[in-house]
Design a protein around this ligand. Sequence first.
Ligand code: FE2
Ligand code: FE2
Length: 486
Amino acid sequence: MNDKEENMTKNNNKVFQYQSPMYLVVILAISVIVAEMQIMVCFHFLPPFPRVIGAVIDSLLLFIVLSPIIYFFVFRPLKLHVSKREEAEKALMLANEQLQCNITNLKQTEEKLRYLNTIQISIRKINEILLTCKEESHLFSKICDAILHVGFIKFVWIGVIEKGSSEVKLVAQKGFEDVFISSINIDLKDVSSHLDPVGKAIHTGEPVDLLDIERDSIKEPRKDEAMKRGYASSVAIPVKDGGEVVGVLSVCSDKKYAFGKEEMEYLTEVANDIAVGVKSLWLEKDLKRSVENLQKTLNGTIEAISLMGEMRDPYTAGHERRVAQLACAIAKEIGMTEDQIEGIRVCAFLHDVGKIVVPAEILSKPSQLNEYEYGIVKSHPRVGYDILKRLEFPYPVAQTILQHHEMLNGSGYPSGLKGEEIILEARILAVADVVEAMTNHRPYRPALGIDKALDEISRNKDDLYDAKAVDACMRLFMEKGFRFEA
Ligand SMILES: [Fe+2]
Ligand SMILES: [Fe+2]
């Protein structure tokens, strides 16, 4: 019996005491005492019988008179006072109980709010990860970390079904130990795969929970391993893109029956977020593949155009390819970006495309060209520019081709530009072009060799050729062992 119950019992006893006819007994006792006192007085003076009768009658009359007086002036007020106090105590007790109940509810509400806040933080974090992380392995790994942050989940793994595949591929797992699951052997073509909770979730498109791993009748192939690690319940949520299941989110808790309505709503939202991530990665992969294919097509087209020139002038076969090799190496040596280097490569392959207007006889003439013939050859940068100026490249291809025979002192062609008027790509191309040309055989002369070529650019550094490009070219041949590909 607790304190409250004891107090209530005591109060009830008091009520019983004052509401009972005991008070009549008390009055009677007082009356008898008074009567006896009268009898004693009577016997003291006169013992005859009528006096005794008179004393008894007096006592009864006294009893009749005293009873209501004592009742109304003593017992009734006392009874009312006690009743009011009891009522006040009861009301206080009820208020106290109500207060205790409110405090308990408040604590539960606070705990619930804290829990829901943790869930909200986890979802916000997952959304941030989706926006900032573009690499597949990091993306899913970080999502697993955010899920574990919620607290009631002790292990999580994410599986993805690649396009055109029927197998579930494990992409991330986190928990007490990250290698709990070594592999996922779920092939959706296998009819028995739906017996696995994960397989069933994917087949049905609905979550499958094991609220008590130890007792649940559904087949759990990882049951023993899970129990060894203290996992008591688990749930597999299908990851759906529209109506299509593209993966699965599976989590374990160390508590039985850990997945109520709110937990399932949270996990479903996370699964939807994962679906967005999977879709985004797939789109990115498709886009990357398309860009690569487009780049391959562009490169093939550029090399085909270059080959057309070589077919007209077999004596310079491979010239563009070798110029591209050296020009890219120089660009890399002076610290240009990957995009700029790619632009230089395209320019090098196309730089002599304008020679298409030069008759083959001139191109393969075994002696020095006359002024007229040289004039035709000198038109090739502008022709190349006119051919390519309408094509939109992400780098200045037409401009580089137009300027690749310009010299720093203004002695070049077709515009006689000087110094910084010539764009860097064209200055690099000019160095690579002359070194390759001098190193190889021409119809009107034998190959002069790399030493003469390097002597030519170093003697004319800052005069004809860009100093930075010349220095880089010298370092490549003299220090870094650069050689033209065969
Ligand atoms: Fe040229
Ligand atoms: Fe050339």
